[in-house]
Write a protein that binds this ligand. Structure first.
Ligand code: WTA
Length: 628
């Protein structure tokens, strides 16, 4: 899989880069970690500066910029209103149906303030958690920013998740207020959201208020003691376009974002105002080299961490113009993305390997019919990018002049961690080297570094300002999941396998736990399996990931039926649809195999690695603990 060829950046790129030298600054950032981060924090405005950069007295609950007063909105919006950035475009949005909406920083401030006042009028206070379940429309961003402005935390639930997944997240966050839309557009069709919210909240008593933005105009059910149309509220005198930005502590919660782990229910990772502001804006400035003239497009969904950090917060803090698109990349034709790159003069594109592979499938003529020469930098995130897709992206999209920033990171890390800079010589498929301040290693079970080229567990040896501070309502699980394995060393354990080559470049292999990355989306086998056994006919089930050409990984299911039942093609289809209904379409299994037995350990744990090895025709490894 590894490709030893190096791709060197041009002199022009090196001369223009925001960071012109890696080694020296890296060394400095490691030897003076707190000083390095303090210098980055100085780039932002604070209501009150910190007494201490890092408090590590209560590991692993690190605190950054202790004693500082801030609000991410002050840096993302308010401070820009005092400069020429006020009149610069903050957001360019295109709907799938061709709708176009743009907002300057001045206009963004007004929209966010109006939404903030609406939320306040519904009783939302500092410290509350508001759930946001929306399509990719500007109001999705306004809702997030409005929460932050008034000191409430947001919990954005990806619009592709089902009622049950949504319910679980609303319950855990105890959200009294939900912001949603009637629906969004995907491949020319309206997708429902409000009806899914209705279904979810019928099953719980937590939600008092649902605010619905009109997007599709489809008929939706509104209950008059609970449901409000946003366009009604925003026209009332309460929705003034002026709103004070709440003063927050650096370590106050900015948002909660649920993500899948190895076991059990999704974890609500908590990110804060101070450290997260510094980390996301610094990485965006240094890695994506943003300049005032750039038009930045992070083609993720704001419902995932990539969207939180690099659609919403980092670009706004850096005063960039960002582009956002509502719908499918191939609608109405496979050149939709390239058409928009040309139309809006996009200069930096950050997307996932799955998206690249998907567009690659249609062939390069779709790209070549547009002038996309405005692009100067590309990015990749979410899963390992196979060298073939990397090379296509580099040659066809980047015209062999745009470096590709393959960034490795996680919901937990807040921002990118392993990454090249525009000046870094690239190897297709490698996320290259650690970002400033970070020390990585590839180690074995005993915390010993493995030899270069050998596979091991990736670890991070230090704290960084973007790190999640805990799991909402579950501190023990935070410690258990990320810090227990290398407790003695005090290392963070991300759950990825990797290799480090002779040049110190890191190659991510994939997850070592029961997390599955399907098209870059993060799902847990435990959630999929619990969806499976909620199907009447199924007694027991196991889900595994197998390689898939387009999606990176696909979900394959092995199920034992209840006594007396036998499998059929029809039942297989039913099971697939059931999982999609319970969890959302992204979790739909690729295949369902009905079996009589599942390989288990004597203590009753399903041995998914055995299933996987069998499916791939590989060596099943050590079977001494197998029950049969
Ligand atoms: C995987 C997404 C290889 C990895 C930002 C990680 C990657 C998980 C890369 C986190 C990359 C992310 N190369 N693998 N450039 N980026 N991953 O929380 O397995 O949705 O642990 O965050 O995605 O997924 P999450």
């Amino acid at each position: 899989m590894e490709d030893s060829s190096m791709y060197h950046p041009s002199e022009e790129i090196k001369n223009e880069a925001n960071v012109k030298e890696y080694e020296k600054l890296y060394k400095y950032s490691i030897e003076n970690r707190e000083k390095f981060w303090e210098e980055q924090a100085e780039e932002l405005e604070w209501f009150k500066k910190w007494d201490k950069v890092l408090d590590d007295n209560n590991k692993p609950f690190y605190k950054w910029f202790v004693g500082a007063k801030t609000n991410i909105i002050h840096n993302a919006i308010d401070r820009h209103l005092k400069t020429a950035t006020r009149n610069k475009l903050a957001v360019i949005w295109e709907g799938e149906n061709g709708d176009l909406r743009t907002f300057s920083y001045h206009a963004l401030d007004r929209e966010v303030s109006k939404m903030a006042n609406v939320l306040k009028s519904m009783g939302v206070k500092k410290g509350d958690i508001v759930t946001i379940y929306m399509p990719q429309i500007p109001e999705q961003i306004f809702a997030m920013l409005a929460c932050a402005k008034i000191g409430a935390a947001h919990s954005v639930v990806y619009g592709g998740f089902s009622a049950e997944a949504l319910l679980e997240r609303i319950r855990d966050a105890q959200s009294r207020v939900v912001v949603t839309a009637d629906g969004g557009f995907r491949r020319g069709k309206p997708t429902p959201l409000k009806s899914i919210i209705n279904e979810a909240i019928e099953m719980c008593s937590v939600v008092d208020v649902v605010i619905t933005v009109k997007r599709t105009g489809e008929e939706v059910f509104m209950r008059n003691d609970r449901d409000y149309w946003y366009h009604d509220l925003v026209n009332l005198p309460i929705a003034s376009p002026k709103c004070e930005t709440e003063v927050m502590n650096s370590d106050d919660m900015l948002f909660l974002l649920y993500t899948s782990g190895s076991t059990g229910k999704p974890k609500g990772l908590v990110h804060t105002h101070g450290g997260y502001s510094v980390y996301t804006s610094t990485t965006h400035r240094m890695v994506f080299d943003v300049k005032p003239y750039d038009r930045w497009w992070c083609a993720a969904d704001p419902g995932w961490i990539t969207g939180h950090s690099y659609i919403v917060y980092a670009p706004l803090i850096n005063g960039s113009t960002m582009f956002m698109y509502e719908g499918a990349p191939n609608h109405p034709y496979p050149d939709r993305w390239w058409k928009m790159v040309e139309k809006y003069g996009i200069t930096i594109l950050y997307t996932s390997p799955t998206a690249v592979r998907g567009l690659m499938r249609y062939g390069e003529s779709w790209v070549n019919r547009h002038d996309i020469s405005s692009l100067r930098l590309l990015g990749s995130v979410g899963e390992p990018i196979n060298p073939e897709a990397w090379k296509w992206y580099y040659r066809v999209v980047g015209k062999e002049k745009c470096p590709i920033m393959d960034t490795w990171w996680q919901t937990e890390t807040g921002g990118l961690m392993l990454t090249p800079l525009p000046i870094t010589p690239l190897k297709p498929g490698s996320a290259t080297r650690p970002f400033f301040g970070n020390e990585f290693a590839v180690v074995d079970e005993n915390a010993q570094e493995v030899k270069s080229g050998e596979k091991g567990s990736l670890v991070i040896k230090n704290p960084w300002p973007g790190m999640a501070v805990t799991i909402h309502n579950d501190e023990d699980r935070f410690v258990e999941t990320y810090w227990k394995k290398y407790e003695k060393q005090g290392w963070y354990h991300p759950g990825d396998a990797a290799r480090k080559d002779e040049d110190g470049y890191y190659w991510i292999i994939g997850r070592t736990d029961d997390v599955i990355k399907v098209s870059g989306y993060r799902l847990g086998t435990a959630e999929i399996e619990s969806a499976l056994v909620s199907f009447d006919d199924i007694a027991e089930a196991a889900a595994i990931a197998l390689p898939h050409e387009l999606k990176g990984n696909a979900i394959h299911v092995y199920a034992i039926l209840k006594a007396g039942l036998s499998g059929s093609r029809e039942l297989e289809v039913k099971v697939k649809n059931h999982v999609a209904e319970v969890m959302g379409p992204i979790a739909k299994p690729e295949s369902v195999t009905f079996v009589d037995k599942l390989p288990k350990t004597r203590s009753g744990k399903i041995m998914r690695r055995v299933l996987k090895a069998r499916a791939l025709g590989e060596d099943e490894g050590d079977l001494s603990t197998l029950e049969e």
